[in-house]
Design a protein around this ligand. Structure first.
Ligand code: GLV
Ligand code: MG
Length: 324
């Protein structure tokens, strides 16, 4: 292990994260009563320019009056390149800072962007006497943000999570797609022709390397990597497949852009009974091996060693966190 310790962000459950437009206050109660882990009330891309101010007011009122129970509450502020952003931070932290856990920063591009919001949030918190510090979630969704993702991840003690914003990322990369997340028939390989001349198409995951890159930056800085939106809410199987791909790469949550996606995210991002059982068997087998003076043994015909303990512990810890 490196001598460099990695400080972990607060251990919040973040399997599902529901996007709720700040301009749609009639949706707030239902969101509060859902099984989602984190809610972000949106001021950015789901809110039209004419509605930004009213959305901000709706959010302030709702943070102060709706019973959000134990939900982690976040707001997605407008981008740093807009004139809405400073008031999003100042007004909401000043007037509803007690119930706000996180600020989500869209289209973050550089570590200096994080510094700027940190400075603003610190001034407001100090001025109004808030003792708790609001955390930051960053959406990695531009070429610049991806280029600087490592510096962004380490730019503030407030940082808690990195999110892959696939829609804006596609736009920023000028990728040839107009769907939000999922796969693309043109990102595929053709097998060589078989004897009868037939060949198969295998679709690839065009977002693989971007998500994997973001996961590295997040984990190297003790942050939660979270996969972003999947636009086709009438395709639960497609959603689950995308969520599983993200989960096996290390993401611990995924956005829900529709309430029907909450249960899917919670299901995929929670270790299954079988996974937990297997993890516990690995831990038991390794404890036995260690007692017998061995560092590696076989379980079900496969090698396990000390790294297997660390893998198994991740799953067992997650299961405990969910059960708590
Ligand atoms: C999210 O903000 C996205 O652009 O996908
Ligand atoms: Mg976006």
């Amino acid at each position: 292990m490196s001598f460099h310790p990695i400080e972990q962000a607060p251990g919040r459950l973040n399997r599902s994260e529901l996007a709720v437009p700040g301009s749609q206050p009639q949706m707030f109660e239902k969101a509060a009563q859902s099984d989602v882990d984190v809610i972000f009330l949106d001021l950015e891309d789901a809110v039209a320019p004419d509605e930004k101010e009213q959305a901000r007011k709706n959010i302030i009122k709702a943070l102060n009056t709706v019973d959000w129970n134990t939900k982690t509450m976040s707001i997605r502020i407008n981008g740093l390149d807009t004139h809405y952003m400073y008031r999003d931070v100042v007004d909401i932290l000043e007037q509803a800072g007690e119930r706000l856990d996180l600020i989500m920063i869209p289209k973050v591009g550089t570590a200096a962007d994080v510094y700027a919001v940190d400075m603003l949030a610190t001034q407001v918190e100090d001025a109004v006497g808030l003792t708790k510090r609001v955390g930051f979630e960053h959406i990695v969704e531009t070429a610049l943000g991806m280029q600087n993702v490592n510096e962004i991840a380490g730019a503030s003690k407030r940082n808690e999570s990195l999110h892959f914003g696939v829609a804006d990322y596609a736009a920023s990369m000028r990728a040839r797609t107009t769907v939000i997340g999922g796969v693309n028939e043109h990102y595929s390989v053709l097998t060589d022709p078989a004897g009868d001349g037939s060949r198969q198409v295998h679709w690839g995951d065009m977002w693989h390397s971007a998500i994997a890159n973001m996961v590295v930056a997040a984990r190297a800085n003790g942050l939660r990597p979270i996969d972003g939106p999947f636009g086709d809410f009438s395709d639960p199987d497609g959603y689950k497949a995308a969520a599983y791909r993200a989960a096996v790469l290390g993401c611990e949550g995924k956005w829900a852009i529709h309430p029907s996606q909450i249960a899917l995210a919670n299901e995929v991002m929670s270790p299954s009974e079988a996974e937990i059982e297997k993890a516990n068997r690995i831990l038991a087998a390794m404890a036995e091996a260690e007692a017998a003076g061995k560092g590696a043994v076989s379980l079900d015909g496969r090698l396990i060693d000390y790294a297997s303990i660390r893998q198994a512990e991740v799953l067992v810890e997650k299961a405990k966190q969910i059960a708590a």
